[in-house]
Ligand binder design. Sequence first.
Ligand code: RIB
Length: 298
Amino acid sequence: MNEASSVCVIGSINMDLTVSTSVLPKQGETVLGESFATYPGGKGANQAVAAARLGSHVHMIGAVGTDVFGADLKNHLQAEGVDTSAIEKIEGQATGTATIILTNNDNRIIVAPGANHSVTPSYVKRHRKVIEKSDIVLLQMEIPLETISYVVSVAKAANVPVILNPAPYQPLPSSILHQVDYMTPNELEAELLKKDLIDEDVLRKWITTKGKLGSSLYVQGAEVNIPGYKVTVKDTTGAGDTFNGALATQLAQGIKLKRAVSFANAAAALSVMEKGAQGGMPHLQQVEEFLKERLDKR
Ligand code: RIB
């Protein structure tokens, strides 16, 4: 690879509290599940780790609380090679958590944002130089919307391209929709966003992720599907984050969109083969070997 590209991720850092169960409780009911584990997570942190494992120099802007989860998660990001100098510990705040139910090979997630809500525009302003000197900026929606708006304006003023992963869904102002360079909704988020009167210009920036079916993007005005890969699924949590981290890494290196999306599909496929949002996130060599193996079989 050429000199490492630099990716700036501004987003959430959560501890994932994950329970596997074959039965979902009804309102007022208690059921016995199968297993429980805690894993590092948060859409922002997951995307930062994905990009770092794939060879980018990653700088993350985010916040944790002063509790045990916060210290563990910051140390973990550092160990993954993410630059954590712009991750602050917020006094009196709990670190973000995500309660995750794994059932039927898919996940349901409830996030309690905690310290992620302290990532305000004034917080980011203290670290704006990191944004300005990056090759690409990667955002999700587990931090305040006004922060997303602020980051987009800083990045655009510095000519730094922006990928917005609109997850979890919330209605977006037209200024954000029009300024970002790429948007990466999953099918559910795409449906919800379309109800907000999205115009053609905005639609053409979309790369819609479709799980094992791959992703679709627009080439010369037409929607094109880039196929996914069939693998044995252990945990789908973090597949979208792996896709986004991989896409950012590729685009930051100047790789063309179609090829970058195909690479990101492969990285996302590998990520679901282990438990935890970051458990199966691949390193560069794993993706290259996987792609070679799959191409040889065609
Ligand atoms: O995208 C998966 C992530 O969403 C989890 O790690 C959880 O923390 C939530 O942010």
